[in-house]
Design a protein around this ligand. Sequence first.
Ligand SMILES: *[C@@H]1O[C@H](CO)[C@@H](O)[C@H](O)[C@H]1NC(C)=O
Ligand SMILES: *[C@@H]1O[C@H](CO)[C@@H](O)[C@H](O)[C@H]1NC(C)=O
Ligand SMILES: *[C@@H]1O[C@H](CO)[C@@H](O)[C@H](O)[C@H]1NC(C)=O
Ligand SMILES: *[C@@H]1O[C@H](CO)[C@@H](O)[C@H](O)[C@H]1NC(C)=O
Ligand SMILES: *[C@@H]1O[C@H](CO)[C@@H](O)[C@H](O)[C@H]1NC(C)=O
Ligand SMILES: *[C@@H]1O[C@H](CO)[C@@H](O)[C@H](O)[C@H]1NC(C)=O
Ligand SMILES: *[C@@H]1O[C@H](CO)[C@@H](O)[C@H](O)[C@H]1NC(C)=O
Length: 485
Amino acid sequence: MLVHLAAALAVPPHAASVLASAAPEMDDLVWTCKSHDSARTGFSPSFSGPSDFTTGPAWRHPMVGSIEGSTIYAAYSSPVIDHEGNIYAYGTVVPMTKFSPDGAILWNNSDLGYSYTAVSPVLHKRKDGGVSVVGADSTGGHIFAVDAATGKQLYEKTVARPVQQAYFTWMLSGAEGIAVVPSSSNGIYLDTFTGVNMEDGTGLWNYTWAFNGSGYNFMLAIEHVSDGVFAAVVQDPGGGVYAMDLHTGKELWKNLDLWTIGNVSFTTAGCLISDKTVLCASNAPPTRTVKGDHPNVIKTAEHLQNWLDFWSMGGIIHAHSLKDGKMLWRHNSTLPVNAAGAAANGLFYYGAGKNAPGSGAPLGSHAPWPGVMEAINISTGQVVWSTKAHTLIGYISPRATDKIPTNVECEPDSFANPSVGADGTVYFGWHGGMVYALDGRTGTVKSEYPTGTGIQANPAIGDGMVAFLTCNELIVFKTNQTNDE
Ligand SMILES: *[C@@H]1O[C@H](CO)[C@@H](O)[C@H](O)[C@H]1NC(C)=O
Ligand SMILES: *[C@@H]1O[C@H](CO)[C@@H](O)[C@H](O)[C@H]1NC(C)=O
Ligand SMILES: *[C@@H]1O[C@H](CO)[C@@H](O)[C@H](O)[C@H]1NC(C)=O
Ligand SMILES: *[C@@H]1O[C@H](CO)[C@@H](O)[C@H](O)[C@H]1NC(C)=O
Ligand SMILES: *[C@@H]1O[C@H](CO)[C@@H](O)[C@H](O)[C@H]1NC(C)=O
Ligand SMILES: *[C@@H]1O[C@H](CO)[C@@H](O)[C@H](O)[C@H]1NC(C)=O
Ligand SMILES: *[C@@H]1O[C@H](CO)[C@@H](O)[C@H](O)[C@H]1NC(C)=O
């Protein structure tokens, strides 16, 4: 594979050994998708990022664009990192961009329409030795691949029926050369998953789940079960969990234990797989009656009341056996959970907090919009530590601060999926505009940094670096090292 000259020059010396092997192995890819790997552990066993943010980011790059003259502050997808430490990131109206480890733009690809750019991509190591950045469309049913070295599009295909509206799908999943693309059996709901060959974008199978309703911003996790069988596991918004065979699309099992309450609950969280255990986060139904509309952009006092009633629900963390889906334990959290967790060193890390509305409401008067970051012992289901996030008193997006009325702005959940470095440091992004580095064993805050805006992306950990893609910026922190480039 041709190594891009600018990339080679920008690679720090400690990455030289990785660079020497021209054709990377899958394991050389540093952060292949949202939450690091196809099982979505969020854990980097090889690399640690910084645990001191006090000197500020090493570099930052705006991820703000405009449509028809209106500035759009909204980046939702999660960055990925290749074998050379290069970062691939995009915003809702910012084209996919490849950054060197030092923040130089190596290429961008604006061939793809805007509806593609909310979906978190997957790095795929091709049979010819090259690396592809594979992504999907937020309406579902589509897949595309871009060559990581050149930024040139390799294919873009429609493989199944899309959903009616955009922004129902959230990320692509892939392993073993097979991606799983969300789609629809009826053109209305997101209820189907389509297996696709990542080499050429050929559709392989469809699987439709049992939930009579739409999926929304779910996360699908893939792991080896046994004897060459890989399970692709996904949770519906009501907490039902499904496992399909990655190679055939046949159902391996489903568990609908939470469905008795499930069809009136809602979550945008999901599952991950660690040590053959499926660890999921979902929500119970609201404890207060929601009387009417609760839009993200709050315009009336009634909207705000409905919003508060809607988010009166508590969260549910539930663990299942990967083999047959049987529930092993559940933990009820007081606050709702809208982002999947991370798992490392026997602990499951997650954030629980009420989502604040996107804009329009004086949030201060409804403070504190509480949030906690917690660790649960994976074998017992017991909470090991609980650390409070900062009080959210301002607005969560830069657009709202501008006081320009708009419906197009960033509306992140309270927490983004956490990440864990090899040294056990846990990184959390919180919609109060703060990113945290915690001690994974104790929950003690090692460092924190006010980014000034909310965050939906999962932080990507590289060699001595951590990359946060907030609503409007890519912010990269590095460990202190002598600058000998
Ligand atoms: C994309 O890259 C080109 C140079 O290759 C640059 O001129 C342009 O500003 C970039 N676009 C964005 C949105 O970064
Ligand atoms: C999957 O379903 C779509 C309809 O949405 C159909 O066009 C396609 O052929 C199916 N793919 C396979 C591999 O069966
Ligand atoms: C599924 O939901 C739709 C709309 O809510 C309803 O009309 C339909 O009867 C439901 N079907 C089943 C099988 O529950
Ligand atoms: C939703 O609840 C109703 C009864 O309240 C039940 O008839 C229906 O089967 C449930 N649907 C799902 C998908 O759980
Ligand atoms: C969690 O809540 C459910 C529903 O209220 C209850 O049945 C269950 O016993 C609770 N579980 C634990 C571990 O507290
Ligand atoms: C989880 O709990 C088990 C049983 O109490 C204990 O042996 C183990 O050390 C705990 N693990 C962690 C990471 O705390
Ligand atoms: C890190 O580097 C900055 C300047 O580059 C310096 O001010 C700071 O003291 C260093 N921190 C540590 C912990 O060495």
